[in-house]
Design a protein around this ligand. Structure first.
Ligand SMILES: Nc1ncnc2c1ncn2[C@@H]1O[C@H](COP(=O)(O)OP(=O)(O)OP(=O)(O)O)[C@@H](O)[C@H]1O
Ligand SMILES: [Mg+2]
Length: 295
């Protein structure tokens, strides 16, 4: 089969030709986004699952939903050895500038920028040089204690109030959250705790490995009351067949049922593996339907 037309997409975060089996979690995200926009309380969401199950792909899909619903969004990927403060600050800066461009009265956005400047000032003291230009005076004492568990929640409140002021909800997406240390995770959790108490239109959506709920619970015991941890797992046999068959069919190619069963047996429905099998089977096959022999 023509490799250029190969619809399958094995990779990291590469959108599959068809996102199957994820309707319940997408529905949960839709409700969460709808409720936060109306300033109703709802648990933020941290997707958890093993490597290659499709967390990044899902998080991107939920970001698209949020963008479509008028949210201002930022998408951050944590990595080992990169501290939360310097990682998130430039994104929050562009978010606040974005809010600043939206017409509205009140000075909450300017205050948000001043609090961010104060936050960055404290980071410079504790972490050394970080260069993020902000042409505004810092608000002294707002987020510059040097204790992330105090400063980040204060910054989140200032941003939530800026969003509220512009009548635009904000969603912060963070992939690979398990890389943050206990203090950083604690700061994020406390930030969301404050946001809930003030009922501000800011929501956190994250993804991480299955150790994440345990890490969050160790950091703050009330984490499970603030977050839901949908488990993203392997696909069912039916969904695996659909994930292979539908994209192939759209290109006029079929899979023999026995070939689909064999791919399910080999991959156990793990999304990355089934994309890989689909991809290779397509390239190896010389005619449709793709047969068991090819697999
Ligand atoms: N629902 C799905 N149906 C079919 N394929 C999927 C689905 N979700 C993800 N995939 C495919 O699985 C692969 C892995 O997806 P993704 O990178 O999002 O996983 P991940 O959970 O973020 O992995 P990691 O933990 O390594 O970051 C990609 O090739 C993607 O196209
Ligand atoms: Mg990922």
């Amino acid at each position: 089969m023509d490799p250029i037309k190969n619809p399958f997409s094995p990779g990291a975060g590469s959108p599959p030709p068809e996102l199957v089996g994820r309707d319940p979690v997408l529905e949960q995200a839709r409700i969460l986004l709808g409720r936060v926009r109306q300033r109703r309380p709802e648990k933020s969401m941290l997707l958890t699952g093993l490597r290659g199950v499709g967390k990044t792909v899902l998080l991107n899909e939920i970001k698209r939903m949020a963008d479509d619903e008028g949210y201002r969004t930022i998408f951050i990927e944590a990595h080992e050895g990169k501290a939360l403060g310097p990682l998130i600050a430039p994104y929050l800066r562009s978010l606040l500038y974005d809010l600043d461009r939206i017409a509205g009265t009140g000075d909450k956005v300017k205050r948000g920028l001043a609090v961010l400047r104060s936050f960055i000032g404290a980071l410079k003291l504790t972490m050394g040089d970080i260069s993020i230009g902000l042409d505004i005076e810092p608000e002294k004492g707002a987020a510059d204690s040097g204790d992330l568990e105090v400063d980040l929640p204060n910054l989140f409140i200032a941003i939530g109030e800026a969003a509220d002021n512009r009548k635009v909800p904000v969603a912060i997406f963070i992939d690979e959250i398990q890389y943050f240390n206990k203090k950083e995770l604690g700061a994020l959790i406390m930030g969301m705790h404050k946001i809930q108490q003030h009922q501000l239109p800011l929501v956190l959506l994250g993804a991480g490995l299955p150790i994440l709920p345990g890490l969050a619970g160790q950091s703050k015991s009330y984490a499970e009351r603030l977050f839901s941890f949908p488990n993203i797992g392997a696909l069912t046999k039916e969904d695996t067949a659909k994930a292979l068959q539908d994209p192939a069919q759209a290109a006029g190619i079929a899979f023999e049922p026995a070939a689909l069963t064999e791919v399910y047996r080999l991959t156990k429905g793990y999304p990355y593996f089934l994309q890989e099998w689909g991809y290779v089977a397509w390239n190896v096959a010389t005619s449709s339907p793709i047969s068991l022999q090819v697999i």
